[in-house]
Design a binder for this molecule. Structure first.
Ligand code: AMP
Length: 451
């Protein structure tokens, strides 16, 4: 049960600004793509914490009146990704608790790999849990720590957990931001133009609220935010960067800069590499929107084959992954994407997507393009075959459902009924992100897990 419950989400923290909860709210809008199941904000006015969280999109969870009740100079927020199984409101964040030092709230993006072990130990010692979230472990570890100050308790707690975490903690007077030693999930620091600081999963939140990017929170670093002070930095762990490459492939928004680089530019590089290493003669390059757009532009620019918008996306449907049953997923793909017949009819089409997970989307798209009159359909994927599940916070299904773990590329090509299929290989992917291999976690493509 426990390993089903991951937290693949967005976090934000604002400190030192009297509009903190509103700025957190706007930031969550910019981060909505990282999770649509639930949203929440906790704020502090120095005396007490207030929390509002609910299932649904940010827009549905908050309104002006609710935000008015979230007063104070500091606020943390969260959007939660959908998971198969448990969608109780208890599993929404921030997680709030009262303990001997007062009140605290926590938001978490990532997934702890020793969560069950830690939890079992805590339960054996009498702890009571309300949710299946890894994050609740932290509340207990902090509450039970023998250290006197909260900062030392946080350090104590994070030393007992393993895996991927970008965390923001709120106490009545301070805010803390912490990133695991591998820096799996992104977390950036910015300065607000009208006072105070912001940390957020992606810099697209900074652009929306008019914050200036300062730098990434370092892997293994703890930042402490106190009123009228510059953030103080503590190196809790020696950094050993292993950034999640799938953030570049799929998860992050193209207008963000994560791990030091533009997501858009990186995706375009992937398309250029793909055109270079997996060329095919065709009349038109089209993306599977929205994920395939930047790489299709890159592919077109590199190959000289014209780029067209060959598939329309209905933006009001949500992500196809959200529904847990296969039947519902098929229906959602149909509702979401429709062909531009005039662009496709009679053409040899290259269609680009960022990834193939179960194969549902690609199969449906090839069928749709053929039905719209495409003469040939060549599927190009701007990442390597997804062969292994992620334990660090990206919602990939288990191996039995990953098409590339169970079929050869030829078999997948036949299954999706494409005229050809090609993926970007790992070395071309690493070239696209301008990185030395050892800076990135590529476990979803290789099965080589770091922790
Ligand atoms: P599938 O239909 O299962 O092969 O899923 C592939 C589609 O899902 C692609 O269009 C991707 O853009 C998208 N995708 C890949 N990874 C994820 C993820 N972790 N969550 C939601 N969608 C994803």
């Amino acid at each position: 049960m426990l390993e089903d419950i991951n937290e693949k989400c967005a976090v934000v923290g604002i400190h030192g600004n009297n509009e903190a909860s509103k700025l957190a709210y706007f930031s969550l809008h910019a981060l909505q793509h990282r999770g649509q199941e639930a949203a929440g904000i906790s704020s502090s006015n120095g005396k007490k914490l207030q929390t509002i969280k609910k299932r649904g999109l940010v827009m549905r969870v908050f309104d002006e009146k609710k935000l008015e009740t979230l007063r104070g100079f500091s606020a943390i927020g969260h959007t939660r990704y959908s998971t198969a199984g448990d969608d109780s409101i208890l599993d929404a964040q921030p997680v709030f608790a009262r303990y001997d030092l007062g009140e605290m709230a926590i938001v978490h993006n990532g997934n702890l790999t020793n969560a069950e072990e830690v939890r079992n130990k805590l339960i054996a010692n009498g702890a009571i849990f309300q949710t299946f979230m890894d994050t609740e472990n932290l509340i207990h570890l902090i509450a039970k720590s023998e250290q006197k100050k909260l900062v030392d308790r946080i350090i104590d707690a994070v030393q007992r957990i393993e895996g991927a975490f970008s965390l923001v903690f709120l106490s009545r007077t301070k805010m803390f931001a912490m990133r695991d030693r591998f820096g799996f999930r992104p977390l950036s620091l910015g300065k607000l133009s009208n006072g105070g600081y912001i940390v957020a999963s992606e810099t697209c939140a900074f652009d929306l609220v008019g914050a200036e990017f300062i730098r990434d929170v370092e892997p293994g670093e703890l930042l402490i935010f106190e009123k009228d002070k510059k953030p103080q930095s503590i190196k809790v762990f020696e950094p050993t960067p292993k950034h999640c490459i799938f953030e570049y492939v799929y998860f992050a928004r193209p207008d963000s800069k994560i791990f030091g680089q533009s997501v858009y530019q990186t995706r375009k590089n992937m398309g250029k590499e793909l055109a270079h290493v997996k060329p095919v003669e065709a009349d038109v390059v089209i993306p599977v929107p929205d994920g395939g757009v930047p790489s299709a532009i890159g592919y077109s620019q590199e190959s000289g084959i014209p780029y067209e918008m060959g598939i329309m996306r209905n933006h009001y449907i949500g992500r196809t992954f959200i529904e847990p049953t296969q039947e519902m997923r098929d229906l959602k793909v149909k509702m979401k994407l429709s062909p531009m017949i005039d662009i496709i009819r009679g053409k040899r089409v290259i269609v680009i997507d960022d990834s193939i997970v179960r194969g549902t989307t690609s199969k449906r798209i090839v069928k749709m393009l053929k039905e719209a009159g495409a003469k040939e359909v060549h599927m190009r994927v701007s990442s390597p075959p997804t062969t292994d599940p992620c334990y660090y916070g990206v919602d990939t299904p288990d191996k039995s459902k990953l098409i590339a773990a169970n079929m050869t590329q030829d078999a997948i090509c036949k299954y999706i009924e494409a005229d050809s299929l090609a993926y970007l290989d790992k070395s071309a992917l690493l070239r696209s992100v301008n990185s030395k291999e050892d800076n990135y976690c590529t476990a979803c493509f290789t099965g080589e897990y770091i922790v």
